[in-house]
Design a protein around this ligand. Structure first.
Ligand SMILES: O=C(O)CCC(=O)C(=O)O
Length: 260
């Protein structure tokens, strides 16, 4: 498992970067087990996740996405609030303040057919209530991520592109999506987020990314941490999302993990 010079990428210019692990083996194993329990419907803290996109009894080969697992389990909470984690995110984003406002587990068992595909998207397309600056996603590898396990893959410098409206995380027809991308940017460079367990990738909310099938025997597990910095700004929206960011006032849901 090797990505040549992986630490050379620049978050602001390239749209993503990779960071070495700052987690102990124990922290990783505890969080991995915590996420497994959440998938199995066991919520140690007594709080349910914000939303489950996979229910017990659903296709076991399908991608399992559950929102805000950090509120359900103490080890998952400990992982994403580790002070050293806050410090490295602040350093990488050149920020004075890092607040986690959302998270997801994306657990990808060995795939069958297109069951493991997450379509091309940029995170900002799902966040009408946020400005486009100061919003990032950290992806913590809770297993080794090889080129065959369906790593998150990033389009180099796509954070500098205009929006491509037809793309979507939930669209598993990656060939059709590639054609759409071709019609906008024929020439593009894709970098796989090949990570050793504990390592972290960060991408901006504007970076196009996706992931394809897991052909390894073991699940590929990512703890996805969405965070904002002092550069972010709330945007007033109407409808069901109008109050969504009120949770920023609740430290038990949206912890500040670094502040200068
Ligand atoms: O883990 C994946 O395969 C997709 C993750 C993703 O879309 C994200 O981190 O924003």
């Amino acid at each position: 498992m090797y990505l040549k010079n992986k630490f050379k990428y620049n978050l602001f210019n390239d749209g993503f970067c990779f960071l070495p692990s700052i987690f102990s083996k124990k922290e990783i194993i505890s969080a991995y087990n915590g996420l497994k329990n959440i998938i199995d419907g066991e919520y140690e803290t007594g709080r349910s996740p914000e939303r489950r996109f996979w229910e017990i009894g659903d296709d076991p080969n399908s991608i399992i996405k559950i929102d805000k697992p950090h509120i359900c389990n103490k080890s998952v909470w400990a992982l994403i609030t580790k002070p050293e984690f806050g410090r490295i995110l602040a350093k990488a984003t050149n920020s004075n303040r890092v607040q986690v406002w959302h998270s997801q587990v994306v657990w990808k068992p060995r795939s069958k057919g297109s069951s493991g595909i997450a379509g091309w998207h940029r995170d900002a397309q799902y966040w009408p209530f946020w400005s486009r600056r100061g919003l990032y996603t950290a992806w913590i590898a809770l297993t080794n991520v090889s080129e065959f396990s369906g790593p998150v893959r990033f389009i180099l410098q796509s954070n500098q592109w205009n929006d491509i409206r037809e793309l979507d995380f939930f669209d598993r027809n990656i060939d059709a999506q590639d054609k759409i991308l071709d019609s906008h940017f024929k020439s593009r460079t894709i970098i796989n987020g090949i990570l050793n367990v504990g390592e972290v990738s960060i991408h901006t909310s504007l970076t196009y990314h996706s992931s394809i099938e897991n052909k390894e025997k073991w699940p590929r597990v990512g703890m996805v941490v969405h965070f904002c910095t002092e550069e972010s700004q709330r945007i007033a929206v109407t409808g069901e999302d109008s109050n969504y960011l009120e949770q920023l006032e609740d430290p038990k849901t949206a912890p500040i993990i670094f502040e200068k």
